[in-house]
Design a protein. Structure first.
Length: 116
């Protein structure tokens, strides 16, 4: 069985200003360092606030696993489906992230590669 751990929780903000404000609130509350990226703002590694709404009605949950392709195959064998258009690959061609097709209670779920 693949190893799974919580990577982060993603929150859909309406715009970049709202995303930064939310990340700053997590910084003030818990001392999480804010890091702004192109499409999101992270507060530590635990919270990702999207600058515009992305996957998931409410946001997304990132689940880390050492081997994304093996985890995908395991979950597909259990009957879960993945959206191939969301697949992200490392430079060496290794699958590094992919979203499940269905939401869970309004949250998209994606697998993301975890370094050993």
């Amino acid at each position: 069985m693949a190893e799974y751990t919580l990577a982060h929780v993603g929150i859909n903000a309406d715009n970049a200003e709202e995303a930064l404000k939310a990340a700053r609130m997590f910084e003030t509350l818990f001392g999480l360092t804010v890091k702004e990226g192109n499409s999101s703002v992270f507060a530590g590694t635990a919270v990702e606030v999207m600058k515009t709404p992305y996957k998931g009605t409410h946001g997304h949950i990132g689940i880390a696993t050492p081997d994304v392709a093996a985890a995908q195959a395991e979950l597909e064998a259990k009957g879960f489906a993945f959206d191939p258009s969301t697949a992200k690959y490392k430079a060496d061609g290794t699958l590094n992230a992919i979203y499940l097709t269905d939401e869970i209670c309004g949250f998209a779920v994606h697998l993301v590669g975890k370094s050993a």
